[in-house]
Design a protein around this ligand. Structure first.
Ligand SMILES: C[S@@+](CC[C@H](N)C(=O)[O-])C[C@H]1O[C@@H](n2cnc3c(N)ncnc32)[C@H](O)[C@@H]1O
Length: 256
């Protein structure tokens, strides 16, 4: 399943906002030595970490070669490299871990985070943000259309089903508190106002719809037509644009 940095870059402003909202609550006590952005994508947001902590080693890690190639074109002191979040563990000197809109792609990611907690030094911070919109019309309709007889052979319910077991905000708070960390967990529903025709389809094409498009192959455009018709009913365009509510979950833990 490929990532397309150009498609993902649509709505970059809307996608960046939760990153900055997350970072407002990250307060390492001293100058951090090593800062890591896991699932860094095309890297522009990672650069802001280097601006905030100019004396730190800042690293962006992502499993998509397309994303890492794009990030490596940015001229900066940040090191971008390929890597899998599920296999990553913090070195002794990692003081800040940020992972924005990436952990939803990592199965059993609570267990992965739990592994990181004891490995980090006192004062360390882990901050993550994940979408909390898998029950919203945009995602329900993906599956409802996929359940029509025409599409059943592609088994989209299974293909899209890996988000079924997303932890709740309370799960994240407990995970941190049970390990003796502080827990600062919250959720926000952004009401994005999107211009243009079929903007919700355009948005999910860059992220949540990708597994379905990959499974559908040459039939993707036909499926998209049916899905877009449903999206237009669920998110009608009006004066000023289409309102697209998008819930997100944030968690920041500090190690005492
Ligand atoms: C929605 S993008 C978010 C990119 C960036 N963090 C941002 O906020 O714009 C999700 C990113 O997570 C990466 N990703 C997904 N699963 C991953 C994994 N197991 N290991 C590393 N990166 C992963 C994808 O390649 C993609 O670049």
């Amino acid at each position: 399943m490929r990532w397309d940095p150009e498609q993902y870059g649509h709505y970059a402003g809307e996608r960046a906002r939760p990153y900055f909202d997350l970072l407002t609550r990250v307060r390492p006590p001293a100058e951090p030595r090593h800062v890591v952005d896991l699932g860094c994508g095309p890297g522009e947001l990672t650069l802001t970490l280097a601006q905030r902590w100019p004396n730190a080693v800042v690293e962006g890690i992502d499993s998509s070669p397309e994303m890492i190639q794009k990030a490596q074109l940015l001229s900066s002191s940040v090191t971008f490299r390929l890597g899998d979040i599920a296999a990553w563990t913090p070195d002794d000197d990692v003081d800040v871990v940020v992972t924005n809109a990436a952990l939803q792609w990592v199965p059993d990611h609570s267990d992965v985070i739990k592994r990181w907690l004891p490995a980090m030094s006192a004062g360390g911070v882990i901050a993550w943000q994940v979408p909390g919109n898998f029950e919203s019309p945009s995602h329900q309709l993906m599956r409802e259309v996929g359940d029509r007889p025409r599409w059943r052979e592609f088994d989209l319910d299974r293909v899209l089903g890996f988000h079924d077991t997303m932890p709740t905000p309370v799960d994240y708070a407990r995970l941190l508190l049970d390990a003796g960390w502080t827990a600062d967990v919250w959720e926000t529903t952004y009401l994005h106002v999107l211009p243009g025709v079929d903007p919700v389809l355009e948005w999910v094409r860059g992220t949540g719809l990708r597994p379905a498009l990959a499974a559908l192959g040459e039939h993707a455009a036909e499926y998209e037509q049916e899905y877009a018709a449903e999206l237009r009913r669920a998110y009608p365009a009006g004066a000023g644009g289409t309102v697209f509510p998008f819930r997100r979950i944030f968690a920041v833990g500090h190690k005492p």
